[in-house]
Design a protein around this ligand. Sequence first.
Ligand SMILES: [Fe+2]
Length: 286
Amino acid sequence: MSLHLNPLHAELAVEVSGINLRKPLGKETLAELQSALARYPVLVFHDQDLSDDEHAVFTKSFGPIDPGLALASKRKQRLKNTDVIDLANIDADGNVLAADNARNVSLIANQLWHSDSSFKQPRAQYSVLCGIDLPGEGGETEFADQRAAYDALPDTTKTRIEGLVAEHWAFHSRNMLGGGDFTPEGMAMLPPVDWPIVDTIPESGRKTLFIGVHTREIRGLPTAEARMLLLDLLEHATQREFVYRHVWRNHDVVMWDNRCTLHRGRPYDLTKLRELRRCTTEYLAA
Ligand SMILES: [Fe+2]
């Protein structure tokens, strides 16, 4: 099979056609997708109406599944396939959540710039997000190219951050937004983890920033100085020139490399149904 690639934004995002994600991937097609991901860390597929099982099988072609925050949540699972993370704003009975439901904290936290599971060991490699039912307005997903952002840093900043290690904590963003649906026992299962602020992607050899809203400290720096540096880096790394905004259509599938992109959802009307489902792989080489 030969894929057709239509670039959407610089070397960040590309539309991929000529593939049916419901069918098992042959070796050749998998290699083509991996090669596309090494150049463009965001792949967009249209008209892919995947079942949860098909979604999980496709994702597992790229590595073992990362369960995300499922361990720490006290929420009743709505989906049968536990490899698939439910990102819908509805409860187990299919009703749209009330505005003050604690679950909304996590959904709103997705509107902060982050890399999925950066707070875990191992962290995430690829995420595959399926748009099932999207509202007409708002709710876009934005991606920021952290390789391009690194390349554009002044040399003095590159020198300053080389070798620095940041602490990532899952609940930093939730605390900032006023809490969430997590138990103390669940939170204890996800202690903070450390990752270098500058990383290299093995497949491309490109250097990248690895930051986002889960970072709360930098080893060896006072908290205030660390947080200011992290905020400055985040502001730099999410300038419009580095960002692709995805406007969803039902049955779009968007796949991205969490090692070299940040992403965030944009606001939408919380009283209207919005349903997306995500599968993510672990980065075992890290
Ligand atoms: Fe995310």
